[in-house]
Design a protein around this ligand. Structure first.
Ligand SMILES: *Cc1c(COP(=O)(O)O)cnc(C)c1O
Length: 381
C-alpha cells in the first residue's frame, strides 16, 4: 500500500490523446489556457500561470518580487527544502521560524522577532494541507511592509474562513508533482491578483522574450514552462478536484475514528476557521511511548504498508547550517523525529484505513489502548 499515488480517473487520457493526435505537445496549446483559467477560477484569483514545477513557480515568485543578495526572507524550517532553496537561488537569506504545535504550520507569534531592516518578505507553507492563518500573516506583513508568498504546494483547495489559499498572498504557488493533491506528472502553478507580477512572471518563465518582439530579450529569463500535454492531465485533474478533496477528507476522518483516544498519538488539529485538505495524514508518537519511530516504519513496511517520516527541518540540512544561527527549533525537531505520514490518497477504502491502523497500533503495542480514553485527541478538531 503506497503512501500516495496519483488518481487519473477523469478526462486525463482523452485530453492527452488529443494533444498527441493534434501534435500540440509542447508549451503552447489550448490545454495550457484551459488549465490556467480553471485553476484561477478554483483559487478565486485573477491570474494563474503554469510552470514546469512547484519549485520554478516559487523561484519565479521571488524573482518577480525582486529578492536579491542581502534580502532576508522569513520561512518555516519545517517544510520541503525547495521553500528555502528558491530564496538561495536569488541570493537571498532564509530566516527560519519554528513550527506551532497544533497546526504544525510556522509559529506566527515567532515571526516579528525575526524581522530586521533587511527583511523583504515571508513565505508561508500550508503544511500537509493545513492552512496558515492568513489574516494574522497579512497583519504582520502590512505592519512591516513585507511581501507574502504562499507556498501552497501541499494545499490545493485549503481555506481560511471560506477563502482559498493562494489568494491571500502577493503570490501563491502550487505543485503538481506525482504525490501532490492533484498532479500533472511534474508541474506547477503561480497565482496572483497583481497584473504587474503576472506580466513579469510571464516574461521570466519564457526566456525573457518580449511578447511584442520576437527574439528581443530585455532581461535574462528562464525556460520554466509547462507542456500542453502536462496541462491536459492537469485539466482532467482540476475538473475532478472536489472529488479528490472529499475523498481525502473522508480518509482523514476514518484515520481519526480509528486512532481517536489512543494515548500517546496526536495529529494536526484542524482549526475552526480552517479547511484542512489532508495532503498527508501524519501521526506523532509521543516520547512516552516506548517505540522507535524508524522501527515502526520498518515494521509497517513488513506488513506491506509504505509510510514516510515527516520532513527533516531545513535548518538541520548541510547547506543551511550557517543560516540556523545556532538557534533551536524544538517543535519542528519533535514533529520531524516522531512523526509518520500514513498512506493518504483518494482511492483508499474504509477497509484499507482499518488495515493500516490495526497494523500501526499493533507495531506500536497499542492495540489494547484503542478506545480506552474516549474522544480525547481529536476533541478540538
Ligand atoms: C512539493 C513541494 C515543493 C516543490 O514542488 P515540485 O513540483 O516538486 O518542484 C515546494 N514546496 C513544498 C512545500 C512542497 O511540498
Amino acid at each position: 500500500m503506497p503512501v500516495s499515488a496519483p488518481m487519473l480517473a477523469g478526462n486525463e487520457k482523452k485530453y492527452v490523446a488529443d494533444c498527441i493526435e493534434s501534435t500540440w505537445v509542447s508549451s503552447t496549446g489550448e490545454y495550457i489556457n484551459r488549465f490556467e483559467s480553471a485553476f484561477a477560477e478554483f483559487c478565486g484569483v485573477k491570474h494563474a500561470l503554469t510552470c514546469s514545477n512547484g519549485t520554478t513557480a516559487l523561484h519565479l515568485a521571488l524573482l518577480a518580487l525582486d529578492v536579491g543578495p542581502g534580502d532576508e526572507v522569513i520561512v518555516p524550517t519545517l517544510t520541503f527544502v525547495a521553500t528555502a532553496n528558491t530564496v538561495r537561488y536569488c541570493g537571498g537569506t532564509p530566516v527560519f521560524v519554528d513550527a506551532e504545535p497544533d497546526t504544525w504550520d510556522m509559529d506566527i507569534a515567532a515571526i516579528e522577532a525575526k524581522i530586521t531592516s533587511r527583511t523583504k518578505g515571508i513565505i508561508v507553507v500550508h503544511l500537509f494541507g493545513h492552512p496558515v492563518d492568513m489574516r494574522a500573516i497579512r497583519a504582520i506583513a502590512d505592519r512591516h511592509g513585507l511581501f507574502v508568498v504562499e507556498d501552497a504546494a501541499q494545499a490545493h483547495g485549503a481555506e481560511c474562513e471560506g477563502r482559498r489559499v493562494g489568494s491571500f498572498g502577493d503570490v501563491g504557488t502550487f505543485s503538481f508533482f506525482g504525490n501532490k493533491i492533484i498532479t500533472t506528472g511534474e508541474g506547477g502553478m503561480l497565482v496572483t491578483n497583481d497584473d504587474w507580477i503576472a506580466d513579469k512572471v510571464r516574461l521570466l518563465k519564457s526566456h525573457g522574450m518580449d511578447p511584442q518582439r520576437k527574439y528581443w530579450f530585455p532581461v535574462i529569463g528562464y525556460n520554466y514552462r509547462m507542456t500542453n500535454t502536462a496541462a491536459a492531465i492537469g485539466l482532467g485533474q482540476i475538473e475532478k478536484i472536489d472529488w479528490h478533496l472529499s475523498r481525502r477528507a473522508e480518509v482523514a476522518k476514518w484515520y481519526r475514528e480509528e486512532l481517536e483516544g489512543v494515548p500517546g498519538l496526536s495529529w494536526q488539529i484542524e482549526q475552526p476557521w480552517a479547511r484542512h485538505v489532508w495532503w498527508m495524514f501524519s501521526v506523532v508518537l509521543d516520547e512516552k511511548l516506548p517505540v522507535d519511530r524508524d522501527q515502526v516504519m520498518s515494521d509497517l513496511r513488513g506488513a506491506g504498508i509504505e509510510t514516510r517520516p515527516v520532513v527533516i527541518p531545513i535548518h538541520a540540512l548541510p547547506p543551511y547550517l550557517d543560516f540556523a544561527r545556532g538557534e533551536e527549533f524544538p517543535i519542528s525537531e519533535r514533529l520531524a523525529g516522531r512523526g509518520i505520514n500514513l498512506p493518504t490518497w483518494a482511492k483508499l477504502t474504509r477497509e484499507d484505513v482499518r488495515y493500516v491502523c490495526a497494523n500501526f497500533l499493533s507495531v506500536c503495542n497499542l492495540e489494547s489502548a484503542v478506545g480506552s480514553i474516549p474522544q480525547a485527541a481529536d476533541s478540538a478538531a
